[in-house]
Design a protein around this ligand. Sequence first.
Ligand SMILES: [Zn+2]
Length: 322
Amino acid sequence: MTPIKRAGIGMLLAVLLTVVAGCGQKASRKERAEDFSNRTIRVVATTSMIADLVKNIGGERVAVEGLMGPGVDPHLYKASAGDVSRMAEADLLFYNGLHLEGKMGEIFEQMARRGIPTFAVADGIPRSKYRESALFTGNYDPHLWFDVKLWADAARYVADVLVTQDASHAGSYRDRAERYLAALDTLDAYVRAQAARLPRERRVLITSHDAFGYFGRAYDFEVKGLQGISTATEAGAADVQALAEFVATRRIPAMFIESSVSPRGIEAVREAVRARGFEVKIGGTLFGDALGDPDTPEGTYLGMVRHNIDTIVDALLDHDAS
Ligand SMILES: [Zn+2]
């Protein structure tokens, strides 16, 4: 069989499966909608950013459980047996998609096959806004939340899902979404105003891994990560030397570690920069792929984005004074 024929059959199968799954879901969606009118909806979300988003849009209508806590790296995260049963008992499942949860793809498919409505927030963001990975064509950068405007698309998507699944409370979801979108607008303006305090040549952001590509594109920063867009590939000695050369040549004042990645890589770069006769400081810790502790300001998306831009601007400006 030619590869084209094989692909054709694969596609046909996929379409058939979708049709079958769609029929099954239609009937059960009606039942669930009736069911939801009298009780809260159990939602399981993978990352803390998504759990926070669903809480903000769902309010008291939803009981959200996030699988990945502070400091947890979603690229490497493997679902525990407890996670799998939590997902199996959920009414709705939200994940990021674009392979952020690199080790969980099969579980999401399984859950969807079991009839659990499963949603990737990436599907709520127009494909034309995805950043293509420099390393693999057809692969996209999954770190969508660092462009606040894209996260607003994700918020609209979550609202649409909740409205569809629980139509009797549509008004409440729409109201909450409107308020949250206004907060995201204010946040986006804040990030822009903070970034504008840095002269263009100081807008260089160096972090542990390539999580900040969308941030750089949205807020006009040159971004370099020691590791690629997934932490699954470790940086080699050549990567450390290349980044050190860049930092020393450009005289970059600060680099940043990330809450969900070991600081060792960035510390190795710092040593290699020192060997070139230049001192670069560690500008602080940024929240990359996870929010901070729940009872701190960085435990929400709004607080996390503020923390990151404040930390970045303070460290890159501070050098003027020293
Ligand atoms: Zn990442």
